[in-house]
Design a binder for this molecule. Structure first.
Ligand code: HEC
Length: 294
């Protein structure tokens, strides 16, 4: 009998060892209260028309722009704000880095889906992308850091100056729809990982990104309104009154702290994958920089 129990235990042990130690919630169904919107990408046609939207999602009508700012952009705020100062700073830095023309070439050289490009126009709409020189899927800010390094300058991903250059580069795509293709290849794999991470419960609160951004859309948390995951990416880097110029991955870090787990470094694979996932959900939304949010 004892032998039998030991044999049974030995048989079961590998199965236990394979068990993921973290709880995983599969994708929750998203009901945006917009008729027909059951797809994960290309939802701009629904959000852009305020008539289609159920403003109750925002909690209160005063807050609706925060939830659905998407249809209010662009430009959301024409008044002068710190985003415009960052744009100016970005232009100055860009010109300094691009004295010999190699910085710009480095940014545009690995463009996909089209003829060889020399202009910054439309560049923002194709990121994140797989760069063969870096051998991985990267966001625009990481590419800016990489290309600046080749010019002998440090422009750390997530820093003010890096985001300023990113805003300047993105301003050449103003109004153009975000367009990344996650149907195959490394971007597809990254999208899958990002989707999983978005729904993975982690941290001391045992929450996932989806717990808030799917399950609690429109609810007020610490006086801020939880956004739907659609279209957020198009206005990054953004000027936040409370946080200053914020890149998308710095926002991920802030939300990671809300989740109750350590923030990761901008440019880490997990954040790049999350960026790919959320950018696919932003496909079709017009690039809107410099944008401002309270
Ligand atoms: C505890 C709830 C909560 C969790 C969990 C959470 N977020 Fe957030 N998130 C928020 C709130 C609230 C805001 C709006 C913040 C504001 O307006 O200041 C926000 C804002 C954002 C934004 C910016 C939206 C915009 O339009 O600018 C992004 C992107 C984002 N979160 C991504 C994530 C990701 C990725 C995760 C998982 C790593 C995550 N969030 C987890 C509550 C959460």
């Amino acid at each position: 009998m004892r032998i039998l129990i030991i044999m049974l235990a030995l048989f079961l042990l590998p199965a236990w060892a394979d068990e993921p130690h973290k709880e995983y919630t599969s994708a929750e169904p998203f009901l945006p209260h917009v008729s027909g919107d059951d797809h994960l990408t290309g939802t701009y046609r629904y959000w852009k028309d305020p008539k289609n939207l159920d403003m109750r999602l925002a909690g209160s009508p005063d807050q609706s722009w925060k939830l659905n700012w998407k249809h209010l952009d662009y430009p959301f705020n024409k008044e002068m704000h710190a985003g415009h100062l960052a744009l100016d700073r970005g232009l100055t830095l860009f010109n300094k880095l691009n004295r010999s023309g190699t910085f710009k070439n480095c940014l545009v050289m690995y463009r996909f889906n089209g003829p060889y490009e020399t202009s910054l126009r439309g560049l923002r709409t194709h990121y994140p992308a797989f760069r063969t020189d870096l051998g991985r899927v990267v966001g625009l800010e990481e590419v800016i850091e990489h290309c600046a390094k080749l010019e002998g300058e440090v422009l750390q991903n997530g820093s003010y100056d890096n985001s300023a250059v990113s805003i300047y580069v993105a301003s050449h795509s103003l109004g153009m729809p975000i367009k990344i293709d996650v149907s195959s290849g490394p971007l597809r794999e990254s999208w899958r990982r990002g989707e999983r991470l978005f729904h993975q419960k982690v941290g001391r609160n045992n929450m996932s990104c989806a717990s808030c951004h799917v399950g609690r859309i429109g609810q007020s948390l610490r006086a801020t309104v939880v956004t739907s995951p659609y279209g957020d990416v198009a206005h990054y880097p953004v000027y936040r009154d409370r946080f200053g110029i914020t890149s998308l991955q710095v926002r991920f870090a802030q939300c990671s702290l809300d989740l109750g787990f350590n923030a990761l470094k901008p440019g880490s694979q997990a954040y790049n994958d999350l960026e790919v996932f959320l950018t696919a959900l932003t496909n079709g939304y017009p690039v809107s920089v410099p944008s401002e949010r309270p």
